[in-house]
Design a protein around this ligand. Structure first.
Ligand SMILES: C[S@@+](CC[C@H](N)C(=O)[O-])C[C@H]1O[C@@H](n2cnc3c(N)ncnc32)[C@H](O)[C@@H]1O
Length: 240
C-alpha cells in the first residue's frame, strides 16, 4: 500500500515535471509554507529533494521551535538517532552534528549529502537470538523483531561531551530517550518525533516522573513535510 502510494506520487511528479507545472509548484513552495508542504508530498522518501527543501521530517511547528532555539545558541552541538534530511538541516544550524544510523544502505545514500560538520556513525543492529550475555534492546517496529539495538543506543556513550540538542528519531526510541536525557547540556532540548505513538508518550511520561517536575514538554501537532495528514513531535526541556 505504502509502496503503491509512493509510486503514484512519483508518477504524478513526473507528469508535473513534463508539463512544467512542477516549476510553478516549486515557486509556490519557495514563498509559502503551504506551498512547501504540498510540494514535499511529491518528495516522500526522496532524500535529495528533502535536503533541497531544507526540512527535517518533524512537524513544521517543531522545526520552527528548534530553529529558534538553535539561533539563540550559536555554536550548538547536536546528536540524533535516525539520519536523514534532518542531519543536513541541523548541520546548517549547528556547529557540529553527530548522527547515529542503523541502516547501512541508508547511510551510504546519506554520504554524498553530508556536510563536513556532520558525522555519521553507522551501528547496525545485532541478532537478538544469539545475544546471551546482556539485555537485548528491541525495536517495536514491525519487521524488527529478533534485532538487538543495544549497541546502536549505547553509541552515544562513545561521543564525548554534552549536547545542546538531542533528536530521537530512529529505532528503539524509548531506550534512546532514556539515554539522551543524561547527555543534554543545561538549558538544552530533546526532540522526540512521532509521539502519535502511545509508547513514545509513555516513555516521555516516565522521564518526566523521574525528573520530578524538572522537565517541560511541548507537544506539537500539525503539518509535517511529505505527509498529507498531521503528525506529532514533542520537545522536552529536561531542566527549564
Ligand atoms: C524517521 S526516519 C529519520 C528521519 C530523519 N531524522 C529526518 O528528520 O529526516 C528513521 C530512519 O528511516 C530512514 N530514513 C531517514 N530518512 C528517510 C527518508 N527520507 N526516506 C526513507 N527512509 C528514511 C533512516 O534509516 C532513519 O534512521
Amino acid at each position: 500500500m505504502k509502496a503503491l502510494y509512493v509510486r503514484l506520487l512519483r508518477a504524478l511528479r513526473g507528469v508535473l515535471r513534463t508539463t512544467g507545472l512542477l516549476r510553478l509548484l516549486d515557486r509556490w513552495a519557495a514563498r509559502s509554507r503551504t506551498g512547501l508542504w504540498v510540494r514535499s508530498w511529491l518528495s516522500i522518501y526522496d532524500l535529495d529533494e528533502l535536503v533541497r527543501h531544507d526540512v527535517p521530517w518533524w512537524t513544521f511547528d517543531a522545526a520552527d521551535r528548534v530553529e529558534a532555539f538553535l539561533r539563540a545558541r550559536p555554536g550548538a552541538r547536536a546528536l540524533e538517532w535516525g539520519s536523514g534530511a534532518s542531519t543536513v538541516w541541523l548541520a546548517a544550524r549547528c556547529a557540529e552534528v553527530v548522527s547515529i544510523e542503523h541502516d547501512v544502505d541508508w547511510a551510504a545514500s546519506m554520504r554524498p549529502v553530508l556536510p563536513t560538520n556532520a558525522e555519521l556513525r553507522v551501528v547496525p543492529p545485532g541478532d537478538a537470538r544469539t545475544r546471551l550475555t546482556r539485555e537485548v534492546v528491541a525495536s517495536a517496529k514491525p519487521g524488527f523483531a529478533d534485532l538487538d539495538f543495544a549497541d546502536y543506543v549505547a553509541e552515544v556513550d562513545r561521543v564525548p561531551g554534552v549536547f545542546d540538542l538531542v533528536v530521537v528519531d530512529g529505532r528503539a526510541r524509548e531506550a534512546c530517550l532514556e539515554r539522551a536525557v543524561g547527555r543534554v547540556a543545561p538549558g538544552g532540548l530533546v526532540v522526540v518525533d512521532n509521539v502519535d505513538r502511545a509508547r513514545y508518550r509513555d516513555a516521555i511520561a516516565r522521564v518526566e516522573a523521574r525528573l520530578g517536575g524538572r522537565a517541560r514538554v511541548t507537544w506539537t501537532r500539525g503539518r509535517t513535510p511529505t505527509l498529507p495528514y498531521p503528525t506529532r513531535t514533542a520537545l522536552l526541556e529536561p531542566s527549564p
